[in-house]
Design a protein around this ligand. Structure first.
Ligand code: B16
Ligand code: MG
Length: 213
């Protein structure tokens, strides 16, 4: 193992809960059904594709212009929630685990579909943990396409086969596997069983043993 690429939302920061609250605010205003199990289907999925999943779930068809307005509205709610984000939003054990991997000589990347990812890591003061950052601004194809992680490996100068990917989304695990990387499924979501390693907390992994895989 030469590198580890981390997804952001739900893997390093609990912004998955913030995304949920922002979509829920929009859904309540619009009178749409939306709950945590539907929210699980939005993990790792781009903003517009997430909106489409919610609309499909509610059997609603809208012109493109309206969809763009609604997605922007959700993003405004999300950014308002982010204004009060602090260290308490860091996933338990994530930063110490990443530092321990660095001590083992691994390079660290960030591979997040979110266009807000850079702002989040800057605000939390964790941007310097990452040797390479790829976000929703850099990609043309969403997870489960492996593009985001392949770009990350390339930026790190490491072969995909020497990379591990930490993901809380089924689409992200699929992307890592499609990229020929070691996939680690993290967190409470279902649909992560195809990953090479499946954990619910960082305490389940020993960094030295993991780095030696
Ligand atoms: P934004 P990740 C993903 O980030 C989230 O899991 C997903 O819920 C969100 O819709 C997507 O980013 C886009 O985010 O609206 O901020 O551009 O999990 O890939 O870090
Ligand atoms: Mg995620």
């Amino acid at each position: 193992m030469k590198a580890a690429i981390f997804d952001l939302d739900g893997v390093v920061v609990y912004t998955d809960a913030y995304h949920y609250r922002a979509w829920k605010q929009l859904a309540d205003e619009q009178g749409w059904a939306f709950d945590e199990s539907l929210n699980d289907n939005l993990r790792g999925v781009s903003r517009m594709a997430s909106l489409q999943i919610i609309l499909d779930h509610n059997g609603i068809d809208l012109p493109e212009k309206d969809k763009e307005r609604l997605a922007t509205e959700k993003n405004e709610y999300y950014k308002t929630l982010l204004q009060s984000i602090d260290e308490s939003a860091l996933v338990d054990g994530a930063v110490p685990f990443i530092r321990a991997l660095k001590e083992q000589g691994l390079l660290i990347g960030l591979g997040s579909s979110s266009r807000n990812a850079q702002m989040v890591i800057d605000k939390l003061g964790i941007a310097t943990l990452f040797d390479a950052v790829v976000t929703g601004h850099d990609i043309s194809r969403s997870k489960p396409d492996p593009q985001i992680f392949l770009m990350g490996a390339e930026k790190l100068g490491v072969a995909p086969a020497d990379c591990a990917v930490f993901e809380d989304a089924a689409s992200g695990v699929e992307a890592a596997l499609a990229g020929g990387m070691t996939a680690v499924g993290f967190g409470p979501s279902e649909g992560l069983d195809g990953a090479h390693v499946r954990i619910r907390a960082y305490s389940e992994l020993d960094p030295a043993t993991f780095a030696a895989r």
